[in-house]
Ligand binder design. Structure first.
Ligand code: 13P
Length: 244
């Protein structure tokens, strides 16, 4: 039985007053039915006062510490109460040239440090239209399975985020999303069937309060990674309720 997760990725948005609004996030959300995570910019992690949801970072360094200006370590995230960290978001893959190998190294660092990495995969429109969706996803997943043991992979969450659906208002249809999720689970099953059956795979890309339920009803969709709609507490709460 895979427990649904709804994670909010604030990206480079928000401020202290948004943090305060989220103090009431869990009113009306059944915490037994859904795990809720907020991933704010790192500078706001310390502003959440005893949240009754989990906190996550948006990235981490694959290194422990040292002269790496602007980077943030797993231990720093943990010190500010994070249990999760997003790894390999397409915006970081693109803006910061994060390769599949670097994403795997960051995921490994998270796991070794006791954080749960939410590892993002997903294709561009050009890749999908060229009929290369499955090969592209397979390459992203294979970079993980060459670096992680089955036990380590079992301590991760995967997020399928088609790049063409991120921030565009164009959500993948429930069937498109389910097909990609089923492919991901099936591909991971070649590595370890038990891990694949139990790993949570989240969908991300223009999830809104009015389309979440249909997406989350799909057999291989175990919740969502939410961008824009995670910045409005009422909308985000509805999405959490749709998963739970
Ligand atoms: P949107 O929900 O704004 O499309 O963003 C999705 C996303 O990138 C979450 O990580």
């Amino acid at each position: 039985m895979r427990k649904p997760i709804v994670a909010g990725n604030w990206k480079m948005n928000g401020n202290r007053s948004l943090v305060s609004e989220f103090s009431s996030l869990m009113h009306g959300v059944d915490a037994d039915a859904v795990d809720v995570i907020i991933c704010p910019p790192a500078c706001f992690l310390g502003s959440f006062v005893a949240p009754d949801f989990a906190l996550g970072g948006q990235t981490l360094s694959e290194l422990d510490n040292g002269a790496h200006t602007g980077d943030i370590s797993a231990e720093m995230l943990k010190e500010f109460g994070c249990r999760y960290v997003i790894v390999g978001h397409s915006e970081r893959r693109e803006d910061h040239c994060e390769s599949n190998a670097l994403v795997a190294a960051k995921a490994l660092k998270a796991i070794e440090s006791g954080l749960v990495p939410i590892i993002c995969v997903g294709e561009s429109l050009a890749t999908r239209e060229a009929g290369e969706l499955e090969g592209f996803l397979a390459a992203q997943l294979d970079a993980l399975t060459v670096s992680l043991t089955a036990e380590q992979l079992s301590k991760t969450v995967i997020a399928y985020e088609p790049i063409w659906a991120i921030g565009t208002g164009v959500t993948a249809s429930p069937e498109q999303a389910q097909d990609a999720h089923a492919f991901i689970r099936g591909h991971l099953a070649k590595f370890d069937a038990n891990v694949a059956a139990n790993i949570q795979i989240l969908y991300g890309g223009s999830v809104k309060a009015d389309n979440a339920e249909e997406l989350f009803a799909q057999a291989d969709i175990d919740g969502g990674l939410i961008g824009g709609a995670s910045l409005k507490v009422d909308d985000f709460r509805k999405i959490c309720q749709a998963a739970g």
